[in-house]
Design a protein around this ligand. Structure first.
Ligand code: AMP
Ligand code: MG
Length: 347
């Protein structure tokens, strides 16, 4: 079995980081379709009562196809995707990319610049070195990390007139921190353009709630459950949203434990090591792309700087879980906290 197939199965076994529950009085709604894409579970749910089952299922199929299309563009796990092609030619050739990838890269680069490289889409060689998806991931040696760090740095990625160049061979782009959210956003757009106005797309815990006429925090639409970071199958708490993108980044999604230390997939691009401070960061935004990028970025920034960023970013809310002694504690922005409640299994 190829590494990627194995990793897909592994990911399917993961319990999602957030999940969404919507109450519905119509006996045939929601209509739900499950699939796998981008190495994780995908669920598309349609709640509109006005459209036929046939139309709803056709639209769910096209939303799933849309997510797979984004995956084919953005994955760095083969060298035939657009990102894979750029990576393959690193240090040698510049590659003309589609305007879609161009704008996704520009969005991602804005996060790289504004965070001074705490968010950095050139972490690809580091991510491959840690190889969290392999059967037996191992900590790279200090020497390996120091060598690889020479190939990491968004300033060595140039995009001019839709032409991308990675300055050194060995460099690579990894859109793992933003592509799922972007795919969710595109799937919601597809649904909307096909007349579906009450839908939820859940791609491995990157959620898009597309509910016409509702606000980001609307207690009448969806309950978002945040997975308990340390108790499998349990939830840490829940809050309510309307039209929004929601994403959680956590140290429990891809990790291994070595000599009692947890090594996970969100890396500090300056040190090459997994970031230690938060246990999880959940972000709610008006769109799923920003929610995805920001949840990773805030996880990297940690509790204090992450909260600071949340406070000064309009239209974005967040809930951060961190270790306090032997138990978990949380903090967040006022709007999310006002609808947040813990579950009876809390610790
Ligand atoms: P997420 O699950 O959205 O938080 O994204 C985590 C993924 O983003 C990892 O599996 C890596 O592919 C990538 N990644 C890890 N660290 C960083 C970072 N500091 N900046 C940008 N992407 C990262
Ligand atoms: Mg992310």
């Amino acid at each position: 079995m190829k590494g990627r197939d194995r990793s897909l199965i592994k990911c399917i076994l993961f319990i999602l980081s957030v999940c969404c529950v919507v109450s519905c009085s119509h006996e045939k709604r929601p209509l739900v379709k499950d699939a796998t894409a981008m190495d994780t579970f995908l669920t598309v749910s349609v709640y509109d009562e006005e459209i036929s089952d046939e139309q709803a299922f056709a639209m769910m199929d096209s939303a799933i196809a849309e997510i797979r299309r984004v995956e084919m563009m953005a994955t760095d796990y083969n060298d035939t995707s657009e990102v894979g092609t750029v990576n393959k030619h690193a240090g040698h050739d510049s590659i003309i990319i589609s305007s879609e990838l161009n704008s996704l890269l520009e969005t991602a680069l804005q996060y790289c610049r504004s965070s001074d490289g705490a968010f950095d889409i050139t972490v690809e060689p580091l991510v491959k070195a840690w190889d969290f998806l392999s059967e037996r991931p191992q900590t790279p040696t200090d020497e390996q990390i120091q060598t690889i760090l020479r190939y990491v740095g968004y300033k060595k990625l140039s995009i001019i007139n839709r032409t991308v160049f990675l300055q050194q061979p060995g460099m690579g782009i990894d859109l793992g921190a933003i592509a799922k959210g972007y795919a969710v956003e595109k799937a919601l757009q597809k649904l909307r353009s096909g007349g579906v106005h009450k839908a939820i797309v859940d791609l491995g815990g990157n959620l898009g709630v597309g509910w016409r006429g509702t606000k980001m925090f609307d207690s009448t639409v969806a309950s978002i459950y945040i997975r308990h970071p340390r108790k499998d199958g349990q939830y840490f708490g829940k809050f309510k949203v309307g039209n929004a993108g929601i994403s959680t980044s956590g140290d429990y999604q891809r990790y291994f434990i070595e000599d009692g230390v947890r090594y996970h997939h969100i890396l500090n691009p300056k040190t090459g090591m997994p970031v230690r401070d938060l246990v999880s960061a959940t972000v709610v935004s008006s769109n799923a792309t920003d929610a995805d990028a920001l949840s990773t970025l805030i996880f990297v920034l940690g509790r204090e700087r992450g909260m600071e960023l949340l406070r000064r970013t309009n239209g974005v809310e967040g809930l951060l879980i961190f270790q306090q002694g032997d138990s978990l504690a949380f903090t967040g922005t006022p709007k999310i906290l006002s609808s947040f409640s813990r579950t009876p299994t809390d610790d």
